[in-house]
Design a protein around this ligand. Structure first.
Ligand code: ATP
Length: 269
């Protein structure tokens, strides 16, 4: 075995309780979790389970988190690889990693394969600028080939994430491939409140902190931004030698995240 890390394999401890909002996505994935927990039951019913699920949404909306939560809920091993890692590789390396990863996952089925940033390998073929995309194409072809070659009995579900569904090669979206699409939207106010609550669980907050109000002031923030906001506030409280995080720290952290991300803050909802 090559000493280089080929792909990640982990056992996720994350569950749907760690994911705020995204009720529709959770419901869809709950179904898949049911299957992964007891594939035999579904097999006897002759049910065909979706093989490939495409999670679409802006950066930081919880695509990776959702995939891990599915793994945690189903108690299935989680194999992951990121599309962007293939770009720098020598020709053939990406494809062989994909092959190895699918082989391992099948051995450990029921299992979940997660391909982050699928758009980096899954862009429509022949549209790359400047040529030299052999590696990308081979990797993509390998992914497609692996998915086509699944035995219907094999309980392996492939989840791919992207924030650029518009650039994907149509071949990826055909029936039997990533034919189930789930959109993760930016969180609405109740979801932002819940995300703030989840990520401040281990942060001592001042009694006057109003997460509801903070949620109202963070329209347009993704989950990752809110997590970042809480952490920035805790760091600031540390620098100011405070023993708890107060609203002043949270508001300052909010401004920092807004400026840092140069994101447009949507007024109101
Ligand atoms: P990217 O497109 O940048 O890869 P992503 O959509 O995969 O982003 P994640 O990596 O899953 O986003 O999210 C980053 C972090 O933000 C998560 O680890 C989690 O802590 C927090 N987060 C995002 N969305 C949620 C949510 N709905 N509930 C709780 N935490 C969230």
């Amino acid at each position: 075995r090559s000493p280089a890390k080929r792909f990640e394999r982990s056992q996720s401890e994350i569950t749907f309780d760690d994911v705020a909002g995204l009720a529709n996505a959770k419901r869809d994935l709950q179904e898949i979790a049911g299957y992964l927990k007891d594939p035999e039951h579904y097999r006897k019913l002759g049910a065909k389970i979706p093989r490939g699920i495409l999670l679409m949404g802006p950066p930081g909306t919880g695509k990776t988190l959702m995939a891990k939560a599915l793994a945690g809920e189903s108690d299935a091993p989680f194999f992951s690889i990121s599309g962007s890692e293939f770009i720098e590789m020598f020709v053939g390396v990406g494809a062989s990693r994909v092959r190895d990863m699918f082989a391992e996952a099948k051995k450990e089925a029921p299992a979940i394969i997660f391909i982050d940033e699928i758009d980096s390998v899954g862009r429509a073929r022949g549209t790359g600028l400047g040529g030299g995309h052999d590696e990308r194409e081979q990797t993509l072809n390998q992914i497609l080939g692996e998915m086509d070659g699944f035995d219907p009995q094999e309980a392996v579900v492939v989840i791919a994430a992207t924030n650029r569904p518009d650039v994907l090669d149509a071949a990826l979206l055909r029936p039997g491939r990533f034919d189930r699409k789930i959109t993760l939207d930016l969180p609405d106010k109740p979801a932002r409140r819940e995300i703030l609550r989840i990520h401040s669980k281990n942060v001592p907050l001042h009694g006057e902190v109003d997460l509801e109000h903070l949620a109202a002031l963070t329209a347009g923030f993704a989950g990752a931004d809110l997590e970042n906001l809480i952490n920035e506030a805790a760091l600031l409280a540390g620098r100011l030698n405070k023993s708890v995080v107060d609203m002043g720290c949270l508001l300052q952290a909010r401004d920092k995240v807004v400026l840092g991300g140069e994101r447009e803050v949507i007024m109101g909802e």
